[in-house]
Design a protein. Sequence first.
Length: 636
Amino acid sequence: MNILRILLKEGLVIFLLFNLGRLLFLLGYGSVDSVSDVLAVFSHAFRLDLATISMCLVPFFLSILLRPLLQGKITFIIAKYASILLVAILSLMYAGEIITYHEWGAKLNYKIFIHLSNPSEVLKTGSIGQMLLFSGIVGVILTVYGLIRKSAFLGFGQLRDSIMTPIEVPKNIILTMLSYVLIAPLLVIVMRGGIQPIPINLSTAYFTSNMALNDAAVNSLWNLGFSVSENLSNFNDQNPFKVVEDSKAKEVVAKIYQPLQVQNTDDSLGNLGPSSLFKMDRPNVVLIIMESWSANVISSMNGPSDVTPNFDQLVKEGVLFTDFYASGYTSDLAMPAIFSSFHALPVASIVTQPSKVKHLPSLARELNNNGYSTSFYYGGQLHYGNIKSYLMLQDFDEIIEEADLNSDLPRGRLGVHDEFVFDLHQKELAKIAQQPPFFSTIFSLSSHPPYDMPMKSMKKYGTEHDEYLNSVHYADSCLGVYLSALSELPSYHSTVFMITGDHGFYAPESGDKFSMQFNNIPLLIFGAALKDSIRGTQVSKLCSQVDLAPTLLAQLNIPFEDFTWGKNVLDPTTPEFAYYSGPNSISWIRPYGYFAYENRFERYMHLELTDSLRKEELIQEGKVYAQRVFQEYMDY
């Protein structure tokens, strides 16, 4: 197993370099308060480091794989210079990151290549001190690397001897080929962080509210590589949805948001108006995000009558927004829409890039600043889509996921089943009931494939999606038990609940992922703290997930100007529109029509109008709006 010995030694060299760069970063920006902080950084960094090391070992593996076809000397030269190139990249990367972190407040990302496209700018803006520090860091890393390579165990001499050992005996040839077969899939498994359903991402390294320590734990090479692939490959520094000049685009979007001229604001939304929905100024707020809850499975929104009986009963007691739309088609796209009023993107996810997330407003932070405690509960793994790092950057006081739950709780492939997480959540709310107000979010899980919820018997709906419908029915039953238990608490009378979905679900009756029907999800506000006069009201005004935070903050009399893409739906002067993203597509809805446009093939997946004279207006508005969303994302 000579090849395994070579890869382990080269992996150890890379591991030492990663941690040398991490140590230098901590010395500059770690905000370390104790030895335990340092130990936590290195321990939480290990898994992502290991995945990155596996990627770095691919060139070594391929060069050794070709050893039977190449001379041993040539194989050694390839491996040697691959190692030298890697250390050169790492030394420049770590030095650049330590220099830029003070200004950017983020790890090195794809923007560095934009700056490097104009080297004179870098030279002019960098101080002599920065240049000296940069050179010093590079020198330290290269010196340590040189010492490593002169060692008896990890030196180039050892590498040369291992690679150039001849393969002559048939037995050795068989063992060598067997090692190739075994090591290749092993590298792949380690790259993805294991065999679990969700591949590893930088959320794995996040562990504290101290972002400098989180950034120290995140592998810099992995972070830079992901940022480059997520941005340059998608956009090539050009906005793919640009249709007009930026100045014109700003004018069009400003006009879209221009308040309506409404003469009578008291009854423009039925019984609702701009005044508060609540009986008190600062009620507790519980936000319930239901996995994959589409409007088309809810009886109150023209779905079947027996899938969500508990939710349908709640509709009679609350305010239901019937024309409410998901911003995207996955959970990681939903979170910034709900908590930051930032739209989903068709070819990228902003939550995977902390350097951009730091620019987003935060519903949790605004509520924290106004006396609320904040928490987020989920029975699965929040590193999916990098949601955990996003939530930590949102400044939630407490974030609970599967790893934090009792190991004895029954669970499926993706995590703890809804009934047990809902039960835990209501018990936790009972504990903090004496310290109002609180804002707590619970995100359900069981209505996500593989639908392995613990139901005693499955209902037969007679469709190809019976498993999904049963999972929604199960989640609805958990919701009913949960709310019944909460209603016994004294704090229930001062609590408002909001239920929404994270995204829709594909079924033939809901159309494709580009359609309005697929993206239509519920938003229901109810609870004992809701005014009695508005119970049972339905609002048909066009809105989406990005409007949730501004609408809630407005009802709490908290300013929401930072949530620039969202709007207060209950303000009668707010214009009606909704925007959402599908796979490589944008969609725009107005009361008089909607379209879904697939950018890659420049085709309209849907284009429907009740006023054909406004076709060009509809298309220009939607495309220009998408241009501004993308431009803001790129500018972050």
